[in-house]
Design a protein around this ligand. Structure first.
Ligand SMILES: [Zn+2]
Ligand SMILES: [Zn+2]
Length: 376
């Protein structure tokens, strides 16, 4: 049989039962638990059994209406799972994937040929991008979100095998939060002194990464003392609670820590628009501001632009990541997992049937991430 014909053969998931999914129907509305039949995968697709998913801040933006999403859709992009059927697809490193391989994957699939994918090296902004957990679902074909028992990965998705040593709870947020932070930090001059604004998942990852990169001062700013305490466990050298100290007082402390120069870098992962203006005083002449958290249109603030010009500041925005940074994320956690308890970043884990309660818990913000186990 010619190779081309053989390749067109679809994989048949004969052993599989229907997949349980959760459908998002609009902001602040209950999810619908929906059973759907799993259709055979086409060539280039990979059916994945989801072991664990996590509710990310952007899922909360969608759920609360701060960010629009086509409906109905299966939310969820932070997930980890196992290849559920034999496939001809190779992972990012060129090795064939086998049934049972434990994997993580890029949160988007991209074409690899458009200008954004090639010349601009921003495949996460591909002109024909498809983003898991944010796309409309046409039933029953598209299993395209992580809050379900199965997800179907499309051609153009970067897939990475996970080391056996890394638990699902250590791996579930690599493909969004950690990769995003690594990608953002990759394009700037980090220096030695850093302030991180916001102590959610990205802030915690940024803290441990910047310590790993050798920064001497890694100060974390937030409004929650429990989170700041956690930041200390992930390498923060200093923490500032904005309910107790003003931005001016923080500035005084930062000047004292940096021989009156100001910090080299501020990393914004809070999503609080006014945080931007606070940081302009904290930065040294020629400093860098990296913003990763302003991912919703209401992130608007008034900025004294003269400070940017007179201090020769560089403002850098970064959104999502080139897939190679997902490989770096795996390596980083594998290397530092004995130093930092990344598994503790996933708090309570709910069965998929209790996804409404899981979202309510996540909105409270008492835990860095809430997990969803679709098989419980
Ligand atoms: Zn995310
Ligand atoms: Zn493209």
């Amino acid at each position: 049989m010619p190779q081309s014909i053989r390749k067109r053969k679809k994989h048949s998931p004969t052993k599989m039962r229907p997949a349980r999914t959760s459908l998002f129907h609009g902001s602040n509305q209950p999810f619908e638990i929906y059973q759907c039949k799993i259709e055979p995968s086409d060539v280039g697709e990979v059916l994945v059994k989801v072991n664990l998913a996590a509710i990310c801040g952007s899922d909360l933006h969608t759920f609360t209406g701060r960010r629009t999403s086509p409906i109905p859709c299966i939310l969820g992009h932070e997930a980890v799972g196992q290849v559920a059927e034999s496939t001809d697809v190779t992972d990012f490193n060129g090795n064939t994937l086998n049934e049972g391989d434990r994997i993580t994957w890029s949160i988007v699939s991209s074409c690899g040929t458009c200008l954004n994918c090639t010349s601009y090296q921003l495949p996460q902004k591909c002109e024909t991008l498809s983003k898991y957990g944010h796309a409309q679902r046409s039933l029953p074909r598209d299993l395209n979100g992580g809050f379900a028992q199965y997800i179907r990965l499309q051609p153009g998705t970067a897939i990475f095998r996970l080391p056996d040593s890394m638990a699902d709870s250590e791996s579930v947020s690599l493909n969004c939060a950690l990769s995003t932070v690594i990608a953002g930090l990759n394009v700037i001059d980090i220096g030695d002194s850093v302030v991180i604004q916001g102590c959610g998942m990205l802030g915690i990852y940024a803290t441990s990464l910047l310590r790993y990169y050798g920064c001497g001062v890694v100060a974390v700013v937030d409004v929650r003392s429990d989170r700041l305490k956690m930041a200390k466990n992930f390498g923060a050298t200093h923490t500032f609670n904005l309910t107790e100290v003003s931005p001016d007082q923080i500035n005084d402390e930062l000047l004292a820590l940096t021989n009156q120069y100001g910090v080299d870098l501020v990393v914004e992962v809070s999503g609080v628009a006014s945080a931007f203006t606070d940081s302009l005083d904290w930065l040294r002449i020629g400093g860098y501001y990296l913003t990763l958290g302003y991912v919703y249109p209401e992130a608007v603030t008034i900025v004294p632009m003269d400070k940017i010009v007179r201090k020769c500041l560089t403002i850098h925005g970064s959104h999502n990541y080139h897939p190679r940074f997902l490989g770096d994320a795996i390596e980083f956690v594998q290397e530092t997992r004995h130093q930092y308890s990344f598994n503790l970043l996933i708090g309570n884990t709910y069965p998929l049937a209790e996804i409404d309660q899981a979202f309510q818990e996540a909105i409270k913000g008492n835990q860095i991430r809430i997990g969803l186990n679709p098989w419980e």
